[in-house]
Write a protein of this length. Structure first.
Length: 78
């Protein structure tokens, strides 16, 4: 096994590891989208603020935040 082959194997191994890390972050982001608009079914991250949801409700649907997101409680800042 020459140096060129070892280097290629290392590049392939590093590429697989990098791809695995990127996919896990995407999966985590998808799992965190647990706030759903009841009108259009658009999902939002759990860290979204009330102001952004109010804007969505009024601009997209001309409704209140309680109409689109019943039972929404904003997470306290840490």
């Amino acid at each position: 096994m020459g140096n060129g082959q070892k280097a290629q194997m290392k590049r392939e191994r590093n590429a697989k590891q990098a791809a695995g890390n990127a996919n896990s972050q995407l999966k985590a982001n998808e799992a965190a989208k647990n706030i759903v608009c009841q009108i259009c079914r658009q999902t939002f991250l759990c860290t979204i603020r009330t102001k952004a949801l109010e804007e969505h409700a009024t601009n997209k649907h001309s409704k209140t935040i309680n109409d689109c997101f019943p039972g929404f409680v904003e997470m306290p800042k840490k």
